[in-house]
Design a binder for this molecule. Structure first.
Ligand code: BTN
Length: 331
């Protein structure tokens, strides 16, 4: 779909969700008048939103209703929850509705954005995960956030960034009361052995020059009660806490943690954060299997080093493993 038409369609879909939110059944006729589109087009938009993971009930003669109301993301609510940064030349907080991927939004705007600027969106149609996987991104159900951070001295100064970001997510979860999450190297967040959040960092720049990191974070918050095509055990924050979570409050807390921790990391690297990471390490001193393509290697997990590499002991020797394409599972 060409971009401009895409924007119009996404705008109409967002208005439709706003008209349905917090209401009993709303008739197709009312919606078509309000949005200035035909009734059959309303029905197509509803179908598309259902495919994006939103539960909209439709009953002949009564109209449409959201299965449960949602707290839509709000730029003003997020900014209001970050008063400690009001005096700074504030990084931009961009709130979008339906995007391909928040990482792409930041990538496209990169040059115009100041340090720490970010995008959050209600839904992603092409959310990306690590190792070429898709990130399932239902509407209004999670946090999809991408933040831009520039590193003056290139790739080396970014060593361990993904672990630092995992810690920032964990701190934000602790702030809303979820205190027992664990981190799986390099950057997954688990609760009771189910995946709760993931991180995808994409990097632009030449070796030795200024490097731009696009830090993409997906946190499952209030996932819909329907089948989701996720190929591993997963959970969300509201299940883990047994209460509904306000995504604006959580997003603001996460942004605050990132804005506090990234400058410290840029100055001192991962070293000051290693103990905190090791306290949350899912596989500490356990037998693990490292997987990289068709290559598998077993050993005992022995924490991390200050560059963020995983330390694994095998045959009486501890070796450091780097690399975005490696994954780890319990042996
Ligand atoms: C993973 O665990 O595989 C990483 C998932 C990263 C998902 C986030 S959601 C926001 C940002 N936009 C994307 O397309 N991906 C990241």
């Amino acid at each position: 779909m060409p971009n401009q038409r895409n924007n119009i369609v996404n705008h109409t879909r967002t208005q439709l969700v706003e008209l349905l939110n917090d209401k009993e059944f709303v008739s197709g006729e009312f919606l078509s008048q309000k949005l200035d589109v035909t009734r059959s087009s309303i029905s197509n938009h509803v179908k598309a939103l259902n495919e994006l993971g939103l539960d909209i009930h439709s009953i002949k003669g009564r109209g449409y209703k959201l299965a449960k109301s949602i707290d839509l993301l709000s730029q003003s609510q997020i900014i209001a929850a970050l008063p400690q940064y009001a005096h700074l030349k504030a990084p931009q907080v961009i709130v979008e509705n339906i995007v391909n991927s928040t990482n792409d939004v930041i990538k496209l705007m990169g040059r115009e954005l100041s340090q720490g600027s970010l995008c959050v969106a209600e839904a992603q149609t092409k959310g990306r995960g690590r190792r070429g996987k898709a990130w399932v991104s239902p509407f209004g159900a999670s946090i999809y956030l991408s933040m831009l951070w520039r590193f003056d001295s290139g790739y080396q100064s970014m060593a361990g960034l993904s672990l630092l970001v995992g810690l920032a997510v964990n701190r934000a979860l602790i702030r809303i009361g979820l205190k027992d999450c664990q981190l799986k190297w390099p950057n997954d967040i688990y609760h009771q052995h189910k995946k709760l959040a993931g991180i995808l960092i994409e990097v632009e720049g030449q070796i030795g020059e200024m490097t731009t990191a696009i830090i993409g974070i997906g946190v499952n918050v209030n996932l819909p009660n329907k089948h989701l095509a996720i190929d591993q055990a997963f959970t969300d924050v509201s299940t883990a806490l047994s209460l509904e979570v306000d995504r604006n409050v959580f997003a603001a807390g996460l942004i605050d943690c990132l804005w506090q921790m990234l400058p410290q990391f840029q100055k001192n690297g991962l070293a000051p954060f290693m103990n905190e990471w090791e306290r949350a390490d899912l596989f500490a001193d356990q037998e693990i299997c490292l997987i990289s393509g068709s290559y598998e290697n077993k050993g005992i997990s022995r924490g991390i080093d200050s560059s963020g590499a995983l330390l694994m002991e095998a045959n009486g020797e501890i070796k450091a493993y780097h690399g975005g394409e490696i994954s780890v599972r319990k042996a």
